[in-house]
Design a protein around this ligand. Sequence first.
Ligand SMILES: NC(=O)c1ccc[n+]([C@@H]2O[C@H](COP(=O)([O-])OP(=O)(O)OC[C@H]3O[C@@H](n4cnc5c(N)ncnc54)[C@H](O)[C@@H]3O)[C@@H](O)[C@H]2O)c1
Length: 269
Amino acid sequence: MERAARCLGDACIFAEVMLEISFERKVVFISGAASGFGKLAAERFYESGARLVLVDLNLEALLQASAGFGDRAIALQCDVTSSEQLVSVFEQIRAKWGVLHIAVNNAGKAQELKNLEQLSDTEWQQMIDINLSGVFFAMREQIKMMLAHGSGVIVNVASVAGVLGAPGLGAYGAAKHGVVGLTRTAAVEHAADGIRVNAVCPGFSETPMMTAIRDSASGDLDTSATSRIPMGRISTPEEIVQALLWLCSEANSFMTGSSVVLDGGLTAS
Ligand SMILES: NC(=O)c1ccc[n+]([C@@H]2O[C@H](COP(=O)([O-])OP(=O)(O)OC[C@H]3O[C@@H](n4cnc5c(N)ncnc54)[C@H](O)[C@@H]3O)[C@@H](O)[C@H]2O)c1
């Protein structure tokens, strides 16, 4: 409080509130932790005292991302489209720490920009496998561990493409709508078990995924995207991760089944 009183302006007070969030000794699972939101979230959880289980398809990048975390992190190569690989990850968590407090299902991939009628079966299936089945397979194991413990928090990384039509991103958007639906169902099924389940729905954010989408655009994606955003810009990854941390924290004790949109006003306009 004393430090907050010395601060001037909303940004400073916000920073003080965030400092009060502690994940000391919490066991936190993050998928897609080698890059973008997942990598930044791992850093922020680590700084707040968490013990980390980090998974990604890209082992080399994951090992680089987790190099400074010492024995407070385990980094495992895992393809979230494989339920067998995910079962094995959660067996390793049971063996190492015996408990799972928080899970962030973040691994995902964007499709090449194209309309629905141009999508191949393979492109459709890949989007559903990574962005929807990957979240379901992980949640199934997480819920079992959290039921055994008697509490837990799950945050799924969906997208504004999960709450709006997404021209050019139809398969990706269908998968993200599925993630929002899974989030609601799991929240209702397990509200009485002490397990909270929410989602974040970011608009475009400056991560390597954004670069990939930009590369597949024919025109100036940034101008067309930001012209529709009332705040006139896309987000920084930090803006998304700070919201995600709060959703995971004990400060957020009464929210479950929500999909929190972080889009600079896009869906409100
Ligand atoms: N960046 C954006 O504009 C944006 C907007 C809305 C939602 N999202 C969502 O945020 C999440 C993170 O995206 P990001 O922007 O940080 O992207 P990113 O490409 O920087 O990171 C995604 C990570 O997921 C990993 N991954 C991909 N497929 C995997 C698989 N099968 N198994 C395990 N790991 C896999 C990648 O190796 C990568 O490390 C995704 O779910 C994405 O859909 C991103």
